[in-house]
Design a protein around this ligand. Sequence first.
Ligand code: SAH
Ligand code: SF4
Length: 395
Amino acid sequence: MTAQTLNAPITQDVLTLPRKAVEGGKRNLIGLTRPQLRAALIEAGTSERQAKMREGQVWQWLYHWGKRDFAAMTNLAKDYRALLAEKFTIELPEIVSKQVSTDGTRKYLLRINGGHEVETVYIPEEGRGTLCISSQVGCTLTCSFCHTGTQKLVRNLTAAEIVGQVMIARDDLGEWPEQGAPKNETRLISNVVLMGMGEPLYNFENVRDAMKVVMDNEGLTLSRRRITLSTSGIVPEIARTAEEIGCLLAVSFHATTDAVRDRLVPVNKKWNIATLLDTLRDYPRLSNSERITFEYVMLKGVNDSDEDARRLVQLIKGIPAKINLIPFNEWPGAPYERSDWARIEAFSDIIFKAGYASPIRTPRGEDIMAACGQLKSATERARKSRAQIAAEAGV
Ligand code: SAH
Ligand code: SF4
C-alpha cells in the first residue's frame, strides 16, 4: 500500500453514490434512517402534522412486512400511495447467483448499481443463524492473507445496499411474516456480522445508518448485541463505533509483534499494536458491551507459536476479551498455509488456561469459497498488482 492510501482513508463522499442519488428522478427509500425517511416524506409533500405517522407506517411496510410495492401499503390512502410511487422507489440489490454448501452455508452473489458485485454469506448453526455482510466492493487495505485484499476497492456500499443484504437473505430464507416465518422461535437470521468484503470503518456513515435500520425495534429488530462489526483496526473510528452504533466489536489482531502485524495487516504501520490496544480498552465502557472479540488467523510458522500465544495473553491483559482462532482459509495463490490442528489446539490451550475463551472457528462453506476471507467477486477484474501484495506481505 502506498503511504498516500494509508493517510487518506476513503470517505463516503468520494466513493459512494451521493446520498440523494435518484434513479429516474426517484429516490430509494431503503437505507434511510427514520429522521431521513421523515424528511424525505415531507419533501415529497407529506404535511408536517402527518409526517410522524406516515414515517411509522411506511417503515413497517418496508421492514416489518418486507413489501416492495407502494400499492401493497393498504393502510395508506390511494392518493398517497400514488404520490409515494411517483417520488420514490424501493430498490434492493439483485441476486445474481446463490450457492449452497454441503454444510448448509449459502453464498449470495449480489449485483448493485453500476454493475458491481458483492457477496453475502448465511451460516446456519444450532439454534442460531448468522448473516455475514459486506460493506465495500473490494478493500483499500492489503492484508496479505485475505482474498478480498487482492481486489482493489471499487466503491463503498450505500446504506441501502448494506440493509438490502439483510432483506434479500430474508427473502431467500422465507423469514418475512407473510412467508410463514415461525413466531417465537429462533430466528433464521439471529445475528449479523460485518465480516464480508471490505473495511466497515472506512465506510462509517453508511454502515452506521444501515445498522440503525437493522436495529430498529419496529422492523428488522436485531438488537445491537447481535451485531458484530469486524475491523482491521481503524483507530480513529473505534470510539465512534461505540458511541454511534453500540454494536459488538471484533478486531483482526492476528499477530503479537508489530513486525509481524505490519506484514499481515499493513494498516498496523499507521496504528500499531500499542495504539490499537489503548483505544480498545475504552470500547466496552463506551459501548456498554461486555467484551471484545480478538480475531486471530492461524498461519503455519508465522504467528502460531506458544510464545505468540503467551504474548497475546500479556498484551490483552485488562481488556474483557474473547479470542477467536480462525484456521486460515486457503484461496488460489495464497502465500500462507493453515496451521496444523495440533498447533491450533496447543495455542488455544495456552489462552484458555490464562482465563480467556478461545473458540476455534469452524470453517464453513469452504466448498463454495464462502469462508472468512475468501470472498471476492470472481467477475471483478480490478486487481492489485502481485508486486504490491508481495511487498506488503514481505514475501
Ligand atoms: N475488513 C474487516 C472485516 C472483513 S474480514 C477486517 O479485516 O476485520 C473478516 C475476518 O476474516 C477478519 O478477521 C479477517 O482478518 C479474516 N480473514 C481474512 N482472510 C482470511 C482467510 N483467508 N482465512 C481466515 N480468516 C481470514
Ligand atoms: Fe480488507 Fe479486512 Fe481483508 Fe484486510 S482482512 S484486506 S481489512 S477485508
